[in-house]
Design a protein around this ligand. Sequence first.
Ligand SMILES: Cc1cc2nc3c(=O)[nH]c(=O)nc-3n(C[C@H](O)[C@H](O)[C@H](O)COP(=O)(O)OP(=O)(O)OC[C@H]3O[C@@H](n4cnc5c(N)ncnc54)[C@H](O)[C@@H]3O)c2cc1C
Length: 472
Amino acid sequence: MSERFDVVIVGAGPGGEVAVNTLAKRGASVALVEEELIGGECTNWGCIPSKTLLRPTELQGKSMRAAGIMTPALEWPPLSDYRDYMVSNHDDSGKVVRYEERGITVVKEWGRFTGPGRVEAGGRVLEGDAVVLATGAEAVIPPIPGLTEAGYWTNREATALTEIPESAVVVGGGAVGIELAQFLARFGSRVTLVQGAERLAEREAAEIGDALAEILQEDAIDVRLDARADGVRVEGGQRVVTLADGAEVSGSVVIVATGRRPRTDGLGLETVGIEPSRRGIEVDERCRATEGVWAVGDVTGIAAFTHVAKYQGRIAAMDILGDPARADYRGVPRVTFTDPEVAAVGLTTAEEARAHGIEAASVTLDLPTSITRPYTFEENPRGVFGIVADMERQLLVGAWAVAPLASEWIHQAVLAIRAEIPIAVLKDTMAQFPSFSEAFGTALRSLPDAPDEMMEHRAHPLMTAEAVASRT
Ligand SMILES: Cc1cc2nc3c(=O)[nH]c(=O)nc-3n(C[C@H](O)[C@H](O)[C@H](O)COP(=O)(O)OP(=O)(O)OC[C@H]3O[C@@H](n4cnc5c(N)ncnc54)[C@H](O)[C@@H]3O)c2cc1C
């Protein structure tokens, strides 16, 4: 016998959870199918544990660079306990109860389509007028000879670790590999990072990859660029990784961080006429995959970030509820939570912009020589900031920073790009002094040929000089 719902959601990661919450709040009857843990990869083995683990290493790093403070010691047992608390000890029973108390049916099973509007999960048949696929992505395991036999960690073992390994070889120089490498190195592991491309973060501006390599090397990480892992063997308790040029690096663990693949297998997609590509399930601007089916999050292959999954979860839910929501991906921020942080939005080079037909100009600033905040923040400060502008339309199309707190202050570029705030307005906007945000004005004023005209004066009565003076 089948059970009927307005909506069946498969996958309870950030995308699925936002969809279920948005729908349930508006009174829809919802079944939520989750095979592993509510919260998905982000909550259990991704963003939450990794950022929790990085926090003390960040604080230690910052204190080492600030004047007048002793360097605090890192302590693994309390951090390990706090990480366990943050991932609820990988026990989601409380979350299941809370969903069920709100009238949401939670089915802790693998779900798969058996036909349009029909999902089978653990012998139950769930029928929905709408089905949302939020099945996420999984770690790609590269076909390196000997890797499986030698054993390896993915992000799952690495973020759930109970002891700091004496040494580690991290294969992959994207955000996940870089963050894990810095965390382990600061906790005392001898770390080698093997990156196939010529640079770390190879899709970003060269300055970002170069700055990242320098940062990691300062943590005594052995960064091997343009280096392909060709084989793994176990020798004397160590995993020895052979590189394409014949060099060998070793560690007590090998961590694979070579990307993620959308989870599309075993979902019965053929029964509803969806043919996923290597990138994932293709969706339109309303996150529709086909009649009656929506897809959100990593499985869509659009951008593998929790904020994108959450955004799409809301778009899909709104569309199902009959609201005319459309996804807009102009301002998708990307952050690597190293110390200092690396943050970017939009395009990071003028060349890339020109390849998109944009009449582009870019400015790169050395932050310590451009603004004041770096010197009040740390001794011997460092930091780079860049912007890419569309000179014809007078709009920002990209910004990036390698600097303290960059994950926070990049957001004004996110807003500027998303809302298409004219460069003249951005230039006429005050930034609090001293702050990293001042870099925006400094960079914008360095753009070539940018007209310097002021905005038409339209002061709100509360914003006049007299009104402001009365509040300060
Ligand atoms: C180490 C690491 C750190 C990260 N850090 C960040 C960060 O700081 N910021 C950021 O924005 N992003 C980060 N990410 C990326 C982020 O985790 C993902 O973008 C996000 O989890 C995607 O959410 P999702 O809902 O699409 O899928 P997921 O979180 O992958 O959830 C999908 C869920 O669906 C379930 N599922 C799959 N198939 C089925 C099925 N057939 N039946 C039932 N259940 C099913 C899975 O069990 C899973 O729980 C990180 C990723 C990793 C690996």
